[in-house]
Design a protein around this ligand. Structure first.
Ligand SMILES: [Zn+2]
Length: 260
């Protein structure tokens, strides 16, 4: 996630224009949408998590209402608002799946789903609010879940955003079908030029254990540092890994932290 990306700037501009200076104000997401343009409607959509339809001045965001997954619903609304603000010149109909809402793999090709996610995550979890909230806390899954509840947004988006603002040496890796697909690193790791190894999972990683056993969660533990980083410098440090697997989405996330 690039710090100066257009989607992030657009979200910050919207927060500034609407004078959203407190987390409480973000509870009024439907009103925020209305202020910008789209009306929010709750209705089941077959095979999709969110939809944006525009016709002239009329714009409607449709999402399924599920009180058990309020955070996910709010993220879907913010994602569709992202399409409205960023992509209307390209289309007037967006039908987005659960996988679109969790698309964080920025490739060299432009990915409008990734852009809508970056917009939504900054809107619901403004970096300035989040930095204050995170302080120097460790990114345990428990703390990440608490944060997702407090900011009322999805867990996958929270994990990404927390890695972005963390001052610790942390990374998140997305894996699917026994292979690490992409990763996102905190500023420290980016600055140090430490890259997470992608491709077939190393047997010593908890992600590999998770894939082989079908577990949906493996508690945090210390593992062999070189199993994720092919860089000799890492041998002077320790590495902790914690894993969650999202069965309904078919992928897992490993949260890594390099420690002294
Ligand atoms: Zn979308």
């Amino acid at each position: 996630m690039n710090d100066v990306s257009i989607p992030k700037i657009k979200a910050i501009q919207l927060l500034n224009n609407l004078k959203i200076t407190k987390l409480d104000y973000l509870k009024y997401l439907e009103e925020i949408c209305c202020e910008v343009g789209p009306r929010v409607k709750y209705e089941e959509i077959l095979g999709a998590e969110g939809r944006l339809v525009t016709n002239g001045d009329l714009a409607i965001i449709t999402v399924p209402k599920d009180e058990n997954y309020k955070g996910r619903t709010r993220f879907s609304i913010a994602h569709e608002l992202g399409h409205y603000i960023l992509h209307l010149k390209e289309d007037n109909f967006f039908n987005c799946s659960a996988l679109d809402m969790t698309s964080w793999g920025n490739s060299s090709n432009r990915n409008i789903e990734y852009e809508a996610n970056v917009f939504a995550s900054e809107l619901l979890m403004p970096s300035s609010f989040l930095s204050e909230h995170i302080k120097d806390n460790e990114l345990t899954l428990e703390f990440l879940k608490e944060t997702a509840n407090e900011f009322e947004t999805s867990l996958t988006a929270t994990i990404y955003k927390m890695v972005e603002v963390s001052k610790r040496a942390v990374a998140v890796v997305v894996f699917r079908d026994g292979a690490a697909k992409y990763s996102f690193r905190s500023k420290i790791l980016q600055g140090e030029g430490l890259w997470v190894e992608l491709g077939i999972l190393n047997d010593k990683t908890l992600a590999s254990q998770c894939f082989k056993t079908g577990q949906t969660y493996i508690a945090r533990q210390q593992i062999e540092p070189m199993s994720w980083f092919d860089d000799k410098r890492i041998t002077n440090y320790g590495l902790r890994e914690e894993v969650i697997f999202f069965k309904h989405l078919g992928f897992g996330m490993s949260i890594l932290e390099i420690i002294n």
